[in-house]
Structure formats: structure tokens, C-alpha cells
Design a protein around this ligand. Structure first.
Ligand SMILES: Nc1ncnc2c1ncn2[C@@H]1O[C@H](COP(=O)(O)OP(=O)(O)OP(=O)(O)O)[C@@H](O)[C@H]1O
Ligand SMILES: [Mg+2]
Length: 239
């Protein structure tokens, strides 16, 4: 099965092999992690590297950080200047901040889906990110969050793009997502910081699930050397 699937390369050295070749194109991946675990940087990296490899265009919907903030973060992670023609950042954070209280009654899930649909139809993106699901919850008063998130993720899947839904998990929280998004996603990449000894902290990445792939379930150390991402076995230490 995996042989026939078109796969997206992560361009994180060592990770594609651990995933069994890459991420099946068109799948919806939950990137779940505690604060500051490079969720944003990792997704921007995959988008930028895929643009370089195949010319694939990406749409990054930011509900949290401004486009400028994302671009300068990317530059600090060795990505240089992100080109709009490669990774288009749709900055909805501004909109969210300026929103009146009364506007929480608006159906932001529907509005967001409409915005994404128009962008996808007019530009032909192949990759999509929504950063983050928590910011979307904060934007809107959902009557039935489980049902609305089901609707949101099902609608995203219909775009047929490789989609990264970023989910923030709290420290000490066992659940990867609040409203069953982990069951709906085709794949889950979990990021967390783990204390190693008394002083060191190591960033770990674990593929919790990846439908259709025979992937490694073990945690790997996710490293960044200022220029690129790479994974190593946890026991073999950081650099
Ligand atoms: N070479 C590096 N190795 C490890 N961590 C780094 C490196 N360079 C930057 N960082 C850290 O990565 C974090 C930024 O990553 P990013 O913003 O992508 O994380 P995030 O999980 O999206 O964060 P947030 O929870 O705020 O959305 C910062 O805390 C920064 O200090
Ligand atoms: Mg982030």
C-alpha cells in the first residue's frame, strides 16, 4: 500500500525514514505539542522545503502570531526570507485581536472555511496549515465544540490538501486534543520537552499515528543546528 501512496517529504533528516517514507499527500496531520516545542517552525520548514523541492505552494493560516512574527521566527531558524510565492501567510491574528466581544457569536469556523476555500480555489495550494486550533476555539463560542470541530476537520479534508492542524497541549495534559481531533486526524506528530538529567532538556518528536504507513512509534530527539532540522535516536544524545 505505502508503495503506491504519493508521499510528502518532511525534509527533516532521518524523519522520513522513521515515518516509513514520508507523510501521505492529502492527509490531515495533527501537530500537537506543549508551548515552544517548534510546532510552528517545523511546519513552516516542511512547507518551505517542499516549495524548494517540487514548487508546491503552501497556505499558512495564522490565528495567533502576526505574519511578520512568523517570518522573523523562520529567518532565525535558518529559513532565510520566506517567499510569499512559496509559503503564503494569511494573517488572521490581527483580526482576532481587534475583534469585539459581540463578534464571538459569529460562526468563525464557517468564515475561516470560506476564506480558505477561496484562497485554495484561486491559487492552487497543495499544503495548508492552521495555527492553532486553540486560537480558533478562543475566537468563537462553540455550542457543541465536538461537533463543530468534526465539521471543521471534515471540511478541511475535502480540500484534498496535505493539512497540518496545530494543537497546543498543556504541560501535564494527557490528551492531545480537546475535542476528538486526534481521532479525526490521519496522522499525529507529538512534540514535547523532556528533562534529561538535572539540567538538560531535549525536544522529542513522536509519530503517534500515521494512517497507511508502517512507521516507527518511538520518540526521537528533534534537533535544529541553526540551519536545518534533523532527528536522532533519543539515547544517542543531542548533537
Ligand atoms: N536551535 C534550536 N534548538 C532548540 N530550540 C530552538 C532553537 N532555535 C529556537 N528554538 C526555540 O524554538 C522555539 C520557537 O519555536 P516555535 O515558535 O516554532 O514553537 P511553537 O511550538 O510554535 O511555540 P508556541 O507554543 O509559542 O506556538 C523558541 O522557544 C526558541 O527558543
Ligand atoms: Mg507556534
Amino acid at each position: 500500500m505505502a508503495d503506491e501512496l504519493p508521499l510528502l517529504h518532511t525534509h527533516v533528516e532521518g524523519l522520513d525514514r522513521a515515518l516509513g517514507g514520508g507523510i501521505p499527500k492529502g492527509s490531515t496531520i495533527l501537530v500537537a505539542g506543549t508551548p515552544g516545542t517548534m510546532k510552528t517552525s517545523l511546519v513552516l520548514w516542511m512547507m518551505r522545503e517542499n516549495a524548494r523541492e517540487t514548487g508546491a505552494k503552501s497556505l499558512y493560516v495564522s490565528l495567533e502570531q502576526s505574519a511578520d512574527g512568523l517570518r522573523s521566527g523562520a529567518a532565525r531558524m535558518g529559513m532565510g526570507e520566506l517567499k510569499e510565492s512559496q509559503v503564503y501567510i494569511l494573517d488572521l491574528a490581527q483580526l482576532r485581536r481587534g475583534m469585539e466581544r459581540s463578534e464571538t457569536s459569529k460562526d468563525w469556523v464557517a468564515i475561516l472555511l470560506e476564506i480558505i476555500k477561496e484562497a485554495v480555489n484561486s491559487t492552487g495550494y497543495q499544503l495548508l496549515a492552521v495555527d492553532s486550533l486553540e486560537a480558533l476555539y478562543a475566537l468563537t463560542e462553540m455550542q457543541n465544540p465536538r461537533r463543530e470541530m468534526f465539521h471543521f476537520l471534515t471540511a478541511l479534508k475535502e480540500f484534498d490538501l496535505t493539512t497540518f492542524a496545530i494543537a497546543e497541549t498543556s504541560f501535564g495534559e494527557n490528551r492531545l486534543a480537546k475535542w476528538g481531533e486526534d481521532f479525526l486526524a490521519d496522522g499525529i506528530l507529538q512534540l514535547r520537552q523532556v528533562e534529561v538529567g538535572e539540567t538538560d532538556v531535549q525536544l522529542r518528536l513522536r509519530c503517534v499515528k500515521m494512517r497507511w504507513m508502517n512507521h516507527d512509534h518511538n520518540a526521537l530527539a528533534l534537533n535544529h543546528d541553526g540551519e536545518r532540522f534533523f532527528v536522532t535516536h533519543v539515547i544517542s544524545k543531542k548533537k
